[in-house]
Design a protein around this ligand. Structure first.
Ligand code: APR
Length: 195
């Protein structure tokens, strides 16, 4: 694993197996990656937080496709992921995943959170996508403690990028500065000794 800095944003960039992992502060609806990931709920009908922002920015085409998916396969279980159009946004697609609601950590939350990241990346790879942006899944309305969530998010992505996959760029797009700082510190901690 190699460490660098993006000179445009001064954000850390890590290289794993020739894939790039970076952390930025920003609005995921403005990203131009092949996919942006949505922290959705099982009903896939939109909501608040990043889910609301994505549906607002992308327009009604996203909800129409979500409705067709739910009609076909039912509600999306926690830890799983599906792909739709990104509608009017610049990103190519939206990958909707459902993170766990935090109930104290003994109801499978860590495994389910890791699954949400891993399944999103599997959907990206199954569609031959190269670049994916993630928000901080579960740490808003679903109440997952950010420090613990950041470690799981980063470790799961690093593990996935260490294997052969079409995905060669992952960007964590964190909305607020405290969350950005937590992810940056967690990445430094994880990569310590691995360089
Ligand atoms: N870009 C990037 N991140 C964003 C944006 C945005 N435009 N808007 C919000 N966020 C951040 C939040 O600040 C938080 O750090 O996304 C993170 C996740 O928060 P939530 O959106 O509340 O997601 P989550 O905790 O997974 O809860 C999911 O909330 O909106 C509903 O329908 C959604 O029921 C589901 C639940």
């Amino acid at each position: 694993m190699r460490e660098g800095v993006n000179i445009m944003t001064d954000s850390p960039v890590y290289t794993i197996n020739q894939a790039r992992l970076s952390i930025i502060q920003g609005d995921i609806t403005r990203q131009t990656t092949d996919a942006i990931v949505n922290a959705a709920n099982s009903g896939l009908m939109g909501g608040g937080g990043v889910d609301g922002a994505i549906h607002r920015a992308g327009g009604p085409a996203i909800l129409e496709e979500c409705k067709r998916i739910v009609a076909r396969q039912g509600r999306l279980p926690t830890g799983q992921a599906v792909i739709t159009t990104a509608g009017d946004m610049k990103a190519g697609n939206v990958i909707h995943t459902v993170g766990p609601i935090w109930h104290g950590g003994r109801q499978g939350e860590p495994e389910l959170l890791a699954s949400a990241y891993r399944e999103s990346l599997k959907v990206a790879a199954a569609n031959n996508l190269i670049s994916v942006s993630f928000p901080s899944i579960s740490t808003g309305a679903y109440g997952y403690p950010v420090e613990a969530a950041a470690r799981i998010a980063l470790k799961t992505v690093i593990d996935f990028l260490g294997r052969a996959t079409s995905v060669s760029e992952v960007v964590f797009v964190l909305f607020d500065s405290p969350t950005h700082d937590v992810y940056t510190a967690a990445l430094q901690e994880i990569t310590k000794g691995k360089k």
